[in-house]
Design a protein around this ligand. Structure first.
Ligand SMILES: [Ca+2]
Ligand SMILES: [Ca+2]
Length: 599
């Protein structure tokens, strides 16, 4: 029976190299010693020692043939495990979250690869079998501000997203996935670093991760793949716009491609309370080829036709719609009923009567108009229709990229993940936009498809976007990444009912957090006011039951998941930042004056 290598390593320290059924063990600084295995394994071990000029002790007599194990692993199954304090290692990364990541020095790594060995870090908790054959590619698609108005999520009865639906039908759909922060920069920074906003101190639209001490040197998801031999490229909006300085972009991806901006008409189509050009919706432009998402899909498709040979790829594609401006050409609007027949989202009069007043401070002054303005301006139905139309257009661009992947013959060996960085209100709780801790802001599509995923399965347990990092790492057979805060979703990709003890946690500025389980949402604001919703009976989060004594145990149980020591806003935090200074609450650096509330 082949011994458990990790157990052996822990017992012996140093390095354990496995050649089929034989184990070469080296105590720190000492000779290598071969134990067990068949003559063919010994030959492989001798060859490796010769290559490295290692001194080794081998058994004096060859083992009898009977010791040879039928079906002994071939060279592709050889392993080497490296203890964390072995002198052949160098530079523990000084990176994030208290974890150390160790890499072999170049000479050792080169030799290991030359000998056909697969390297496994001793810190790995998930020593599953390494995938045979070439590593799977990754197609990483991020959408901006798409809530659950997706056909397969049934968030809106008129949503048209046939390409997301077909992808979900071929993989695993997480029906209860939530962002870690309902805002572009903090959400994307969390996904890409694998860290919570409360760990990074990134809560607003600035700063970017390389300007924050905690994350300055962290190894992001694409960087981790590049470290493990992947060609990495990004097109469109992957990081938040301008969050990574120009000079640093090629260290984030091997290729940082085009990120086209949205086309803008000469004048705004809708005269919203905010004069910001982006806060707009309607029929524009006339030609789909002028859309940012068309150009992004074009660039990704072109890249798929000219990938470097001999390397797996990690291709990140970021679409801008349905983020405002919600623009699409006439043909996409024509796919939906006229404005007076568009179905409005369910909204309850007086819904905020049982919501803490503090909730208003999370979206104190935002460019997104309130529902009261939409109603008064006759823009509620037009906005809903524009959101549906721009989503349908964006979905068609995902379809183009998926078709190109198929045409390139890559679909069989490519893991596809699609996610949105946050949701969006279209009138619920009296607001539009995303700065809230309710389901409308936190609930996002999350789909995995390809090798290792389900085939048309759906998981209703809570998932976090933070889970994307460890899930992709495991699916691709890379060593588990230390120091990241998500949990792999591989068990749920294999069996959507596999138990999952963790809730989804969303944070919007320091001290405001939400905990979402399969049945509940609990929110606590920075002034310690609270909300509790029972999703089994109240999917719209209309009735705050936090004061109901019969739910007090549930409330306490959920509150245990709240972040314990959230980091203060990192230096340089700005835009959508709520903070307290000398007892005064500040919105984007200015004191909040209740008389200025717009509801
Ligand atoms: Ca966003
Ligand atoms: Ca209510």
């Amino acid at each position: 029976m082949k011994p458990n290598l990790l157990a052996l390593l822990r017992r012996e320290g140093g390095i354990v190299a496995s050649f089929g059924a034989a184990n070469l063990i080296r105590h720190r600084g000492g000779r290598w010693e071969l134990r067990g295995g068949a003559p063919t394994d010994h030959a492989a071990a001798r060859e490796w020692c010769s290559l490295f000029r290692h001194e080794a002790t081998f058994p004096s007599a060859p083992l009898p043939a009977a010791a040879e194990q039928p079906g002994a692993p071939n060279a592709a199954h050889n392993r080497i495990l490296v203890a964390d304090d072995d002198p052949t290692l160098k530079h523990p990364n000084e990176e994030q979250a208290g974890g150390k990541e160790f890499r072999p020095n170049r000479r050792l790594a080169r030799g290991l690869l030359g000998a056909g060995l697969i390297l496994v870090l001793a810190q790995s908790n998930a020593l599953g079998p390494a995938p045979a054959g070439p590593k799977p590619n990754v197609l990483f698609i991020v959408i901006d501000d798409l809530n659950d108005w997706v056909g397969c999520l049934a968030g809106h009865p008129q949503a048209q997203t046939p390409n997301l639906d077909r992808l979900a039908a071929s993989g695993t759909l997480f029906r209860n996935a939530h962002c870690q922060s309902p805002l572009c920069n903090s959400s994307r920074s969390s996904v890409l670093t694998g860290l919570r906003p409360t760990t990074m101190g990134i809560y607003g639209l600035a700063p970017g991760i390389r300007d924050v001490p905690r994350t300055r040197k962290c190894v992001t998801l694409p960087q981790y793949f590049a470290q493990h031999g992947y060609f990495t490229a990004a097109f469109g909006k992957v990081f938040h716009d301008l969050s990574i300085p120009l000079r640093m972009r090629t260290s984030e991806f091997n290729l940082w491609g085009r990120s086209p901006g949205m086309p803008l008409p000469k004048d705004k189509l809708v005269d919203t309370p905010s004069a910001i050009r982006f806060m707009d919706w309607g029929v524009y432009p006339t030609d789909d080829h002028d859309q940012a998402d068309w150009k992004t899909a074009d660039a990704a498709i072109a890249q798929m036709k000219s990938l470097p040979p001999g390397k797996p790829f990690f291709l990140a594609v970021g679409f801008r719609l349905p983020h405002v401006p919600c623009f699409a050409s006439q043909k996409w609007f024509d796919r939906f009923p006229p404005e007076d027949q568009v179905i409005l989202p369910p909204v309850k009069d007086g819904d905020r009567d049982d919501v803490p007043e503090f909730a208003w401070r999370l979206h104190w002054k935002v460019p997104d108009p309130r529902l009261s303005w939409l109603k008064q301006a006759g823009q509620w139905q037009p906005l809903v229709r524009a959101y549906l139309a721009s989503t349908a257009f964006m979905d068609s661009q995902i379809g183009r990229v998926l078709d190109a992947l198929n045409a390139a013959g890559r679909q069989e060996n490519t893991i596809i993940v699609v996610w949105s960085d946050n949701g969006w209100h279209l009138g619920e709780k009296g607001i539009t936009g995303k700065c809230s801790l309710w389901d409308r802001s936190t609930h996002v599509p999350l789909i995995f498809a390809g090798p290792g995923t389900g085939r048309g399965t759906q998981c209703s347990q809570p998932a976090e976007l933070l889970d994307i990092y460890p899930t992709l790492v495991e699916l691709c057979g890379l060593p588990a990444k230390k120091g990241i805060e998500g949990h792999t979703l591989v068990p749920q990709l294999k069996d959507p009912c596999a138990p999952r003890p963790w809730p989804a946690i969303t944070t919007l500025n320091q001290g405001n957090d939400s905990v979402r389980t399969e049945h509940w949402r609990y929110i606590r604001y920075a002034d310690r006011s609270e909300e509790l919703y029972d999703h089994r009976n109240d999917p719209n989060e209309w009735t705050n039951v936090v004061a109901d004594a019969k739910f007090s145990a549930t409330r306490l149980q959920l509150a245990r998941w709240l972040p314990r020591s959230p980091a203060p806003p990192a230096p340089g935090s700005s835009e959508r930042v709520l903070a307290k200074n000398k007892g005064v609450w500040l919105w984007e650096g200015r004191p909040i004056r209740p008389a200025e509330k717009v509801d």
